[in-house]
Write a protein that binds this ligand. Sequence first.
Ligand code: FAD
Length: 524
Amino acid sequence: MAVQDHQVLIIGSGHAGGMAAYVLAQKGIRCLMLNAGPVADLSRDRRSVPGHEMAYRGLMEPGAIGDGAIGENVLSAFVHPSEVPYTHDADKPYVWVRNRVVGGRSVFWSRQSFRLSDFEFKAKDHDGYGENWPIGHADLAPYYERVEAMYRVTGRPEGLPQFPDSKFTTINETADSDPLKKVIAAGKSRGITISKGRQSLGIDGFASSVNLMLPDALASGNLTIAPNAIVRELTIDKTTGRVNGAHFIDRHTRRELHVKAPVVVLAAGTLESTRLLLNSGIANSSGVLGRYLFDQYYGGTAFAVVPEAVGRVRQGKPMQGFGNGLIAPFRNVTTREKAFIRRYVVNLNAGANPSPEILATYGADLDRKMADYAGAICQGGMMGEVLPRYENHVRINKEVKDVYGIPVLHVSAAYTDNERNMHQDAQDSMADLFQGAGFELLTKSASHREPGQSVHELGTCRMGDNPKTSVLNKWNQSHDIANLLVVDGSAFVTGGWQNPTLTLSALSMRAAEHLAELMRRGDL
Ligand SMILES: Cc1cc2nc3c(=O)[nH]c(=O)nc-3n(C[C@H](O)[C@H](O)[C@H](O)COP(=O)(O)OP(=O)(O)OC[C@H]3O[C@@H](n4cnc5c(N)ncnc54)[C@H](O)[C@@H]3O)c2cc1C
């Protein structure tokens, strides 16, 4: 049933927009949702095909999207830079991974799910850098709990303040293998906790707005979704200064239309939301719209050989249940590092195969080691906090337009010594940990991803109590325009090492409930 006379216009249908629609529609508020792309064809867009059947053997189409950001098997659904380009400083590479199907990136995410702690919400209190969030963990905890129940988050509680436990639907009780027990013991003497990964199980491994939020919103009769509607600009009532509508382009006909909007909830994904606000020339009395862009720093740490696993794959007796672990943050918790502030975690993967570049040999010896070390490699990938810096920003590039005639975004962002020193520490501490466990260290790994490549772009429309230094208030509401909310990752003040989706979902739920209350009271 089509919604008549909508009360709220929602732009975007991923975790952020889906959650807003889920809350508002079920509270009886009539919503219209515009989404830039088509309804996802899950059997096509989420298909997984063997590498040899792919045009580029499982690698990226050269130059399309930065190596390793997403698999080629899902490229069909992702935005190609020739359709919606972006530019960046020549000496500062940036990788922006987007898709425009209904459901957004919620259709594809890997579902690692962590809460932020007060080490992130109140980061300035710990080390004096940047700004605190206007809210703390206690404010978001009730919403985290509800999102965790919805997404069905699994993990193992640790009771660590820097690694807050979720309300887990199931506890991850997988037994630790003998090699992993050695790492755990070595960790204990170094003050390092090795926990289990935390992940949203969803339903059959799918935790998307398409299956968890939009169906209930639609069933309420209060949501209409208009796919293939690309919003170009928000319009303002010159008398009241309030937002009153949106210009959008029909993706198929390229016709431009206008829709009225008593209230706008913007959820187009961090950088698209900011691009839309900048192109509209609104909500920026602070001058910080587009500023403080960050993501997470992804880097290698170290590779080691687990002696008892050597040769077992060759002999047809691979070590069973070798296992993975997650190293909880341990730096800058009770002590203070000289070389960097903030924290990182490490995803441990024990039982991996070697790749030739980590073995300092060649010829027959390389062949022998590749066979011997199959399934015997212990490695770790770090996820570290990137500092929110004023200099790292996006702005509109008026010289370049996308195929719909909309000016594109220019990104200027780079990692600095804090991230690099943190990465060095992760390499050194993992090398030391693996050796402490009795493993043979092969090499440290200085490889890392480019800015943006973690697919966790955050900030640029941050919240705060001070309208002079922030764009949104603590309810994700524009300081300048009361009937405009921005509910995606652009609202983040800091991002920590945590994958952001659990937090942005909880924030969107909280913001939508507050909006519903304002509307009920007639305060908007
Ligand atoms: C391969 C992959 C793995 C990931 N793994 C994890 C993980 O393990 N853990 C984690 O926390 N996060 C992960 N993420 C990131 C996660 O997917 C995102 O943080 C999250 O989905 C963002 O949700 P969103 O609603 O803000 O944005 P999006 O999902 O990007 O949704 C934005 C929506 O807005 C629409 N839109 C954009 N512009 C316009 C416009 N102009 N007009 C109308 N509509 C518009 C788009 O069509 C899209 O549907 C991963 C992402 C990818 C791609």
